[in-house]
Design a protein around this ligand. Structure first.
Ligand code: PEP
Length: 254
């Protein structure tokens, strides 16, 4: 049975004071809800604080991106080794905001996925179609292309070291989540694709849904058989909302 995983993508938000309140609230709010896994991906300057506050708890932390290089003249970048020095468990890879504004490509994301797993991190690979692609009915073509870019780089076995997050771009930050049926449909399609290559990996890999998950829709989304949790942006900026989403994941334990 796959345990649900809920990941906060705090994006470029927070401050030392507001992070502290959020992390303490999350620790308290999930104490009695231990049937799911939780992680918080924070801006890099706050990794030290996340480690200090979460160490020894059941809540993991991670970065929101990383370089595919180990060191060198890459101004503004953070290496996988820097993330592991702060005991990160996860790193988000290929978020649509980085694909669209940071010029990340399918190929460079595949390389990052490989480098992250080699460093001992669990990459959370974000894939998903734009609104135009959705309206053109090519969600399957786009998501398989994005997934295959990683499989081509590291083989299907390499996928096992990470997590996949299906995040339709049209649902991110818009308040318009995909319907549970649509999300289930795509996740089942993606799992089926992995299954053709390796049934064991398909059975065990966690595939999350992301895109306007909130306290009101989380339980229904998480009740879908192939949705193994959520990657949560906006709702992770409100402690009570994010705690409610974590509790919904834990309550769905079967
Ligand atoms: C995200 O950015 O990964 C995300 C899912 O954002 P939101 O929850 O705000 O749609």
């Amino acid at each position: 049975m796959r345990r649900k995983l809920v990941v906060a993508n705090r994006k470029m938000n927070g401050s030392l004071a507001s992070n502290k309140a959020f992390l303490e609230g999350l620790l308290a709010g999930t104490r009695d809800y231990q049937n799911a896994d939780y992680a918080v991906c924070v801006p890099h300057p706050y990794l030290f604080q996340a480690e200090a506050l979460l160490k020894g708890s059941a809540i993991a932390w991670g970065g929101q991106n990383m370089s595919r290089y180990e060191s060198g003249a890459y101004t503004g970048s953070v290496s996988p080794g820097m993330l592991t020095e702060f005991s990160c468990e996860y790193v988000i890879i290929g978020h649509s905001e980085r694909r669209q504004r940071g010029h990340d490509t399918d190929h460079s994301i595949g390389e990052r996925f490989e480098v992250a797993t080699k460093a001992g991190l669990k990459p959370i690979l974000c894939i998903g179609e734009t609104l135009d692609e959705y309206e053109d009915g090519i969600t399957d073509v786009v998501t398989i292309r994005q997934l295959n870019a990683v499989i081509n780089e590291i083989g299907v076995e390499g996928l096992a070291g990470g997590v996949v997050a299906y995040e339709p771009v049209w649902a991110i930050g818009t308040g318009k989540a995909a319907s549970p049926a649509h999300a289930q449909n795509i996740l089942s399609f993606l799992r089926g694709h992995i299954e053709m290559l390796n049934a064991d990996i398909a059975k065990n890999i966690r595939i999350l849904y992301g895109g306007s998950v909130n306290a009101g829709n989380a339980a229904e989304l998480f009740s879908m058989p192939d949705i193994d949790g959520g990657l949560v942006g906006s709702a992770s900026l409100n402690t009570a909302d994010f705690v409610a989403i974590c509790q919904a994941a834990s309550n769905d334990y079967r």
